[in-house]
Design a protein around this ligand. Structure first.
Ligand SMILES: O=C(O)CCC(=O)C(=O)O
Length: 220
């Protein structure tokens, strides 16, 4: 289907003060550091938009397959914190994850060539490169099951760069906007990134926590 609906917005933390404060909030930064096991910086910031009845699926994939092949990220020593900006339900295209698949390492489709630089624009379409073979994904679902990341707007979901995930079309009347901050270990920055800075953060200094009362986040 041809659509001019915006699919994603990237890199806002680099120019928008609210987004810059958000990525430094201790409620995000502390779990990111704990899960990465080191100080971190923002590798990628994006809001994936699935407009009502128009937002399209993402095929099964592992994020590290893209980050390694396109940017030369050395190791999957990163973590993504996803924060839904809308309530997410079964019908508006939730993330689907295969539990435990991050422990299996990189799963194909073929050999990942670090720094393999295709056209990055291609990977924002609905048929990106580096996706997983559909039969392989079906086998994994049969073995490990799958789970949908549904929940209220504002919940924080954390996932590993090797977890196999996908999402379905938004067939509902409700928008699904999902903010995703991918934090990378400061000792795991790609040495020679090529993709534009709005996709691959160039400021690899350790992020310092900053409380900000505009974000009255509740522990829960
Ligand atoms: O926004 C989605 O539904 C899926 C996004 C995704 O898998 C990704 O950005 O890696």
């Amino acid at each position: 289907m041809d659509s001019t609906a915006v699919r994603a917005v990237h890199g806002c933390h680099a120019f928008d003060e609210v987004c810059a404060a958000f990525v430094r909030h201790p409620y995000l930064l502390a779990p990111a550091e704990a899960l990465a096991g080191t100080p971190v910086y923002v590798y990628q910031f994006k809001v994936n938009l699935k407009q009502a009845r128009e937002g399209r699926a993402w095929p099964w994939h592992q994020d590290f397959a893209f980050w390694n092949a396109e940017d030369g990220m050395p190791r999957p020593a990163a973590v993504t914190l996803a924060v839904p900006l809308d309530d997410v339900h079964e019908g508006n295209g939730p993330l689907m994850l295969i539990p435990g698949s991050h422990r299996l390492g990189y799963l194909g489709p073929g050999k990942v060539t670090p720094g393999d630089k295709g056209d990055w624009r291609r990977n924002f379409a609905t048929d990106p490169e580096h996706i997983m073979d559909a039969d392989r994904a079906r086998e994994l679902v049969a073995t490990h099951g799958s789970t949908r990341a549904t929940g209220r707007a504002g919940t924080i979901q954390a996932f590993h760069p090797n977890i196999v995930h996908s999402s379905s079309d938004n067939t509902s009347p409700d928008r699904r906007a999902l903010l995703m901050v991918s934090y990378n270990s400061i000792d795991n920055a790609p040495p020679h990134p090529v993709r534009p800075e709005f996709l691959v953060g160039r400021n690899t200094d350790q992020l310092k926590p900053r409380w900000d009362k505009r974000f009255p986040l509740e522990a829960g």
